[in-house]
Write a protein that binds this ligand. Structure first.
Ligand SMILES: O=P(O)(O)OC[C@H](O)CO
Length: 198
């Protein structure tokens, strides 16, 4: 019980760090009031350019990675082939990443107005299945180059995550990753309903 609480509370607090809001505040605006109104990397990049928005890319991704590592440590750090977590610690790992994604979406430190949790998911996925994450990064680069669009590359890599994970883990873990991705779908749906451009 205690490991689960550590994973959920720690993950949520990490995810709640409003990186885009903090970076944007330093530039004198609130990302939730400009562009597509999403406090995430893409909106920040459109407003500030890649270099100034890079801390958002790094920070939002790192939140998911740290939450995943926290969950892994709390639940029992069993890793198998190629560093893929396994065994009784898996629920704490997935709960920690889910909690971080909820923190990013509904941050306690930013009046519960957060983003879609794409990058926080990506950072957590790096812990959930490191080799699949590496392949997804390679796919992002290749598809982005082929399509001449980093956005297209990112979308293809995102949807490939569970497929790539299936090469390394049992299907139950792939389904758990799919459940995490559903939260992102929910956030896109909410944004569409409230009139945010997606
Ligand atoms: O899901 P977020 O809030 O990390 O933001 C998404 C990025 O802007 C890329 O879509």
């Amino acid at each position: 019980m205690v490991p689960m609480l550590v994973a959920v509370i720690g993950g949520y607090l990490l995810g709640s760090i409003p990186v885009a809001v903090l970076v944007a505040r330093a530039h004198g605006f609130d990302p939730r009031e400009v562009g597509d109104r999403n406090p995430g990397f893409w909106n920040m990049r459109e407003r500030l350019g890649s270099r100034a928005a890079a801390p958002v890319l790094a920070g939002d991704t790192l939140k998911g990675t740290l939450a995943g590592l926290l969950g892994l440590l709390a639940g029992g750090p069993h890793v198998s082939w190629l560093g893929v977590p396994s065994g009784p610690g898996l629920p704490a790992l997935y709960l920690a990443v889910a909690a971080a994604m909820c923190g990013h979406a509904w941050p306690v430190f930013a009046r519960f107005r957060g983003g879609r949790s794409v990058l926080t998911f990506a950072g957590g996925f790096a812990v959930i299945c490191p080799p699949a994450f590496a392949l997804a990064l390679a796919l992002l680069s290749l598809a982005g180059t082929a399509a001449r669009s980093s956005a297209a590359g990112a979308r293809i890599a995102f949807f490939a995550c569970p497929v790539l994970q299936a090469l390394f883990t049992p299907i139950g873990q792939v389904a758990a990753t799919g459940a995490l991705m559903c939260l992102i779908g929910l956030r896109f749906g909410q944004a569409a309903l409230t009139g945010r451009r997606t």
